[in-house]
Design a protein around this ligand. Structure first.
Ligand code: HEC
Length: 177
């Protein structure tokens, strides 16, 4: 579903009225982000999925908090639309096109978890987003898989150093190999 731009525009126009004074202050003092360089210092291995809206997302959604806030929400398009409207009320600014691009990016990459997750294909971000695995563990899992080849059983996955075996047990019915 596409963002309802009419609704969005209406909210944009009243957005400042509702913005907290603290966020207003912040938006007045913040340096405008450079179009080509998102104001985000990604940690190594923290690969945001590629996609059209990525740069816009990182630019606009890093102004008040870490863009990592979106990880693990697993919202539908409608859910992301509501959330973006909420951010606009808090003072997030951008054009309709930019918010549309962000909506597409989030709906495509941070939608609800699929019923089955292939543990041999999942990226570290997938593991964080869909099953709530901590970043270090997700990175360790991918590194281990790269070094040792595909996992065949849950017990193989449990060999990853430092992995949360309780978490794995709790999601085992959603994992495929
Ligand atoms: C002007 C400041 C501002 C900008 C820009 C901003 N946010 Fe937020 N965001 C907030 C505030 C304030 C909260 C905490 C209040 C809340 O959770 O409702 C928040 C919370 C969140 C949360 C957690 C909400 C929850 O329900 O747990 C998510 C997810 C989020 N923002 C996503 C985004 C995205 C995506 C963007 C880019 C479009 C964005 N934010 C841009 C101010 C902002």
């Amino acid at each position: 579903m596409r963002l309802s731009l009419g609704r969005l525009a209406a909210i944009v126009s009243v957005g400042c009225v509702f913005a907290f004074s603290a966020t207003l202050l912040k938006s007045q003092t913040a340096t405008p982000p450079a179009a080509s360089a998102p104001a985000v210092n990604n940690t190594p291995g923290d690969e945001w999925p590629a996609g059209d809206g990525k740069a816009t997302f990182l630019q606009i959604c890093s102004n008040c908090h870490s863009p990592e806030n979106v990880i693990g929400k697993n919202l539908s398009s409608d859910g992301w639309t509501d959330l973006l409207n909420r951010m606009i009320q808090f003072g997030a600014t951008g054009s309709d096109d930019q918010f549309s691009a962000i909506l597409d990016y989030l709906s495509t990459n941070f939608g609800p978890a699929p019923p089955k997750i292939n543990i041999n294909k999942a990226t570290a971000m997938n593991l964080r987003n869909w099953i709530g695995m901590a970043q270090k563990q997700a990175e360790a899992l991918v590194a281990y898989r790269t070094a040792h080849g595909d996992f065949k059983t849950l017990d193989d996955v449990k060999q990853v150093p430092g992995i949360d075996t309780k978490l794995l047990d709790s999601v085992k019915d959603s994992l495929t190999f």
